[in-house]
Design a protein around this ligand. Structure first.
Ligand SMILES: NC(=O)c1ccc[n+]([C@@H]2O[C@H](COP(=O)([O-])OP(=O)(O)OC[C@H]3O[C@@H](n4cnc5c(N)ncnc54)[C@H](OP(=O)(O)O)[C@@H]3O)[C@@H](O)[C@H]2O)c1
Length: 319
């Protein structure tokens, strides 16, 4: 019989982690999933996944080291996906964002060191790379870029500040403690949801389809399908040669072009009517990840599966 493989996924009930748990279960892994409340109905989908008998849920909070340590013990690897992803402004950034993101990541890494796990994959964000004041204008953002924490502080963008700081500290921890840590920096994540509650990034598409924005910033949006991200997380975990950070984004498209694409596929929604031009463009490269063997879906497939899912679950409606 093949040797049992056991891994831990933090924040298992979330948008990204749910797809990752599904993938790991399909590949025969035993999964320790951390959730803050195992009996909360928002985590019920996990128990309905195929091979869910191999999923063990652990009640754990990022600020509670012992709870994380119990979930990680006995695992060969850990995927750290848990982090607050706020929908709006944070009232107390230190408590709501910085502490769970930073202390949470360090707690996970400390528990991984103690449990002698083989590799930890930490989910960061492309926004930890894209606001690099030293990058020449027009440079495509890659793994060599780091966002300015000062800039995020000044603009009070505590989520991106926390993601940048936590990723840097995770890589420092790796060097100082000899723990194999690889980070992944996804762009805006969309796709069908497995979880019953709507996460922050899925609101982007929902709002665009529901006519909740009359006008929209014509920003360059970098997009990744949640299922392609789950594949990337698994690939990075499995490939021994994976090192450092990996940007994970499949398409960069102007908001107006994205709306036009949505319109051409689904003409009957109430779409934003005007667009405000912005100077800055977010152009990112996932070349390093592609070199590792990663491939992704077409944008059309992502759009179709996302919209069909939203229609089916009643989260959007045609007029
Ligand atoms: N979605 C995007 O566009 C995007 C882009 C780049 C990076 N990311 C990163 O991807 C990861 C997953 O995000 P997501 O989109 O899947 O968001 P999500 O659906 O909101 O999932 C976040 C998870 O983190 C858990 N969590 C939050 N605070 C916690 C705490 N104090 N202790 C334990 N668990 C806690 C949540 O648990 P509860 O259910 O108990 O709240 C939830 O399961 C995050 O690290 C996020 O920063 C997301």
């Amino acid at each position: 019989m093949a040797e049992e493989r056991r891994v831990c996924v933090t924040g298992a009930g979330g948008f990204v982690a749910s797809w990752l748990v599904k993938l790991l279960l399909s590949k025969g892994f035993v999964v320790h999933g951390t959730v803050r409340d195992p009996i909360d109905p928002k985590n019920v989908h996990l128990k309905r996944l195929e091979n869910a008998a191999n999923l063990k849920l652990f009640k754990a909070d990022l600020l509670d080291y012992e709870s994380l340590s119990a979930a990680i013990a006995g695992c060969e690897g850990v995927f750290h996906a848990a982090c607050p992803v706020p929908l709006g402004k944070t009232l107390d950034p230190e408590v709501e964002m910085v502490a769970p993101a930073l202390s949470g990541t360090l707690n996970v890494l400390k528990a991984c060191s103690e449990a002698k796990v083989r590799r930890v994959v930490v989910v960061s964000s492309v926004m930890a790379a894209s606001e690099d004041p030293d990058a020449p204008p027009g440079k495509i953002t890659d793994e060599s870029n780091w966002s300015s924490k000062e800039y995020y502080k000044t603009t009070e963008n505590w989520y991106f500040y926390s993601k940048t700081l936590s990723e840097q500290k995770a890589l420092e921890f790796s060097k100082e403690n000899g723990l194999d840590v690889v980070t992944i920096c996804p762009s805006l994540i969309i796709g069908p949801m497995l979880q019953p509650t709507v996460n922050a990034s899925s609101m982007y598409i929902i709002k665009t389809l529901k006519g909740e924005r009359e006008t929209m910033m014509n920003r360059m949006e970098a997009i990744i399908d949640v299922r392609d991200l789950a594949d990337a997380l698994f690939l990075i975990y499995e490939k021994p040669e994976a090192r450092g950070r990996y940007i994970c984004s499949s398409y960069s498209i102007k908001a107006k072009d994205l709306v036009n694409k949505l319109k051409s596929m689904y003409p009957n929604f109430k779409y934003p009517e005007s667009f405000t031009e912005v100077e800055k463009d977010l152009n990112v490269s996932s070349e390093k990840l592609k070199q590792l063997g990663w491939a992704h879906r077409t944008l059309e497939e992502t759009i179709a599966d996302t919209v069909e899912h939203l229609l089916k679950s009643g989260l959007v409606d045609v007029n």
